[in-house]
Design a protein around this ligand. Structure first.
Ligand code: ADP
Ligand code: 5GP
Length: 212
């Protein structure tokens, strides 16, 4: 039966595990599309333009915002980040879910947009602040200064945990992955995600009246 795509928003303080879990979800279900954000920050080693982010200039970013091409955008850690609207529309119209790895500001903007009823928002908490620091350091991709900046901002992000539909403590990675899959499987069955239901119920009614 036809279904509408969900807008799956994953937020957390930097280092709690969003990108790792997003990658696992896409392996689990290849139809889930990842919303590739535009950003003005520099690419990290190994990041691919157009795949991890659309790396763009500040002028290019501002033009996209001005022309209404962003579903949401925010200033995070001194750089601009935003989710292009076009690919999101295409995905949900064709029944594909879209996965967003974005901060609380973006989650709030999408939650207040016309696509609100299709949003599934999930917040990841770290098991402890010490473990969050360890993960940021173990990722080995950021300078000590960048890590310090991200740790400083972590409480700001965590303080918004209460606005999300689901909150998971990402302690054991496999357990968190399993919980995420359970949530997505259930949320796909929300009435608002199944536009084909009305037609099915009408067919049931016609059949019911015929046999009764
Ligand atoms: P984010 O995208 O939220 O900034 P990442 O997914 O890049 O975070 O994770 C940061 C680091 O922590 C990575 O090295 C990742 O492998 C590791 N990590 C993620 N989840 C767990 C977990 N549950 N247990 C241990 N390490 C984890
Ligand atoms: P990073 O630089 O580590 O890739 O991302 C830094 C922060 O920016 C993370 O919290 C990430 O979720 C957030 N972010 C990435 N893309 C977007 C986006 O398009 N919009 C918003 N609002 N936040 C984003």
């Amino acid at each position: 039966m036809a279904r509408r795509g969900l807008l799956i928003i994953l937020s957390s303080p930097s280092g709690a595990g969003k990108s790792t879990l997003a990658r696992r979800l896409r392996v689990w279900d290849e139809t889930i599309r990842f919303s590739v954000s535009a950003t003005t920050r520099a690419a990290r080693p190994g990041e691919v333009d157009g795949q991890d982010y659309h790396f763009t200039s500040e002028a290019g970013f501002k033009t996209m915002v001005k022309e209404g091409e962003m579903l949401e955008h925010a200033h995070v850690f001194g750089h601009f980040y935003g989710s292009p609207l076009g690919p999101v529309r295409d995905a949900i119209d064709t029944g594909c879910d879209v996965l967003f790895d974005i901060d609380w500001q973006g989650a709030q903007q999408i939650g207040n947009s016309g696509l609100q009823e299709h949003v599934l928002s999930i917040f990841l908490l770290p098991p402890s602040i010490a473990e969050l620091r360890r993960r940021l350091e173990s990722r080995g991709q950021d300078t000590a200064e960048t890590i310090a900046k991200r740790m400083m901002k972590s409480w700001d992000e965590i303080s918004h945990w209460g606005s999300y539909n689901y909150v998971l403590v990402n302690d054991d990675l496999d357990a968190t992955e399993a919980r995420l899959k359970t949530i997505i499987t259930a949320e796909r069955l929300r009435r608002s995600q199944q536009p084909g239901l009305m037609e099915h119920v009408r067919a049931l009614q016609a059949e019911f009246e015929e046999v009764s």
